[in-house]
Design a protein around this ligand. Structure first.
Ligand SMILES: *Cc1c(COP(=O)(O)O)cnc(C)c1O
Length: 469
């Protein structure tokens, strides 16, 4: 497929800008470009065809099953987009006088209140722009709290070895040292390892529950109690909230701070780089350290992002919560858990789950023995799924499971979609024994087969090189 610049023809174009209805202003010379920008020149139909062709080469949740573990690729109801597209929400400016944007203020307040209720927290900030950004913000809260009490020796954050990579990264960005503790053989927190790591230098523990292997840690009350006894605080990574929303609350499990991923749990589209939203909630004793997300709040509060966060994402999340209602939110979580267990069960006799247990909203398969028997890796299976119209599961995560494939079917998938997916996976399982070579070279039908991921990460080609410059 050609790049848009390669389709450009000098002089072609489609100017759709309306006539200027305000007095023209001459920009000062020092603000003007010396050279005109090099924009591709195309007619409207060429542009439409270009982007339609591009979109056909990508797999989205609107194209087919997307069981990408940990990412909660649920269907995003159209009504969320419709509400977020209302002019009252799109045609505003963050510096508009407060009395002209009272409705937007109400959206922020109501969304904050709903999320606080769902998580069992007392206060919420909607400012952070992603989960990782929320982690950073939440850890700043923990740091500010200890410092406010003159307790400056607490420089360590405990993170289980099953954690998402952003957890230790956020802790490091916040100036903490991370202490990694090994998980027990059941994939949950090893209480002895936790106890051994706790001392008066520990600022807090970061935990995902259900955890990254899709299991709910039943010792959670004991865990949060141990950390509190040692003077630390407990941080809840809310990326897996989809399994428990409306059923059980992090605040009631003993957590002090949480982040949520609105782009995962609360049905705002993601993938392809955003926009995201990672609200942070906390118990009342931490509220004074929280970034503001109200238009009325004073200017001296912590600011981690410009203005009030990704506002339209918040509008979509609130629409989602209000259209589902309290009952619907709980039902979504219950169906997410049901779907994951159903799919895991359907795979019996083929790929083996890493943990022989009832799972929450996702499960991890361990392909170590399968690879030993067939030579076919988790990567090969994931690539072969692309030819079958299914987005690959999350691969090689969490790190504590070897040859891991992590599947999260989400509540919006029907039984027939899950049945079809189970058939595909069983077929691939058998194919690995019968014709392993065809799996090593998959996918065969995708526009790109196996990109050199290292080269793509180290030397990305991100801009078009004009030949005659
Ligand atoms: C996705 C995820 C994160 C990070 O969230 P982003 O919004 O991608 O920054 C953190 N922890 C877990 C468990 C996740 O799945």
């Amino acid at each position: 497929m050609k790049l848009i610049f390669e389709n450009s023809i000098e002089g072609r174009g489609c100017e759709l800008l309306p006539a200027c209805d305000v007095p023209a202003v001459e920009l000062p010379i020092e603000l003007r470009r010396a050279v005109k920008p090099k924009l591709p020149q195309l007619s409207e139909i060429d542009i439409t065809r270009h982007y339609t062709a591009l979109s056909k080469r990508a797999h989205g949740v609107n194209c087919g099953f997307y069981p990408l573990g940990s990412c909660t690729m649920k269907y995003n109801p159209r009504i969320d987009e419709e509400i977020a597209a209302l002019e009252g929400f799109t045609n505003i400016h963050p510096l508009a006088p407060a009395h002209t944007v009272a409705g937007c203020e109400e959206v922020l307040t109501r969304c904050g209140e709903a999320l606080a209720e769902i998580t069992g927290m007392d206060a919420m900030s909607l400012q952070p722009a992603a989960g990782a950004h929320g982690e950073f913000t939440g850890l700043l809260l923990i740091k500010s709290y200890h410092h406010s009490r003159g307790d400056k020796k607490r420089t360590k954050i405990i993170v289980p070895d099953s954690a998402h990579g952003t957890n230790p990264a956020s802790a490091a960005m916040c100036g903490f040292t991370t202490v990694s503790i090994p998980s027990a053989s059941d994939g949950c927190v090893d209480l002895n390892a936790l106890q051994a790591a706790l001392d008066d230098e520990v600022a807090g523990l970061m935990l995902t529950n259900p955890n990254t292997v899709g299991l709910f840690d039943k010792q959670i009350l004991k865990i949060t109690e141990l950390v509190h006894e040692a003077g630390g605080l407990v941080y809840y990574d809310g990326a897996n909230l989809n399994a428990i929303m409306g059923v059980v609350r992090p605040g009631d499990m003993g957590f002090d701070v949480v982040h949520l991923n609105l782009h995962k749990t609360f049905a705002t589209p993601h993938g392809g780089g955003g926009p995201g939203s990672g609200p942070v909630g906390c118990k009342s004793f931490l509220a004074p350290f929280l970034p503001a997300s109200s238009i009325k709040t004073g200017k001296d509060a912590l600011q981690v992002r410009s203005f009030y966060g990704n506002f339209l994402v918040i509008v979509k999340a609130l629409t989602y919560i209000m259209t589902l209602g309290a009952e619907g939110v709980r039902e979504a979580a219950q169906n997410a858990v049901l779907n994951a267990n159903y799919l895991m069960k359907q795979l019996e006799g083929s790929f083996e789950p890493a943990f022989d247990n009832i799972c929450m909203h996702e499960f991890v398969l361990c392909l170590e023995r399968f690879k030993h028997d067939t030579g076919v890796s988790a990567l090969d299976v994931a690539k072969a799924m692309i030819d079958e119209g299914i987005h690959p599961p999350t691969m090689y995560f969490p790190l504590i499971v070897h040859e891991a494939l992590m599947l999260e079917p989400t509540e919006t998938e029907s039984k027939s979609t899950l049945d079809d997916a189970a058939l595909v996976l069983k077929r691939l399982y058998q194919r690995a024994f019968d014709e392993p070579e065809s799996m090593h070279s998959a996918p065969h039908k995708a526009p790109i087969s196996r990109p050199d991921e290292v080269l793509a990460a180290r030397q990305p080609v991100l801009r078009y090189e004009f030949s005659h410059e």
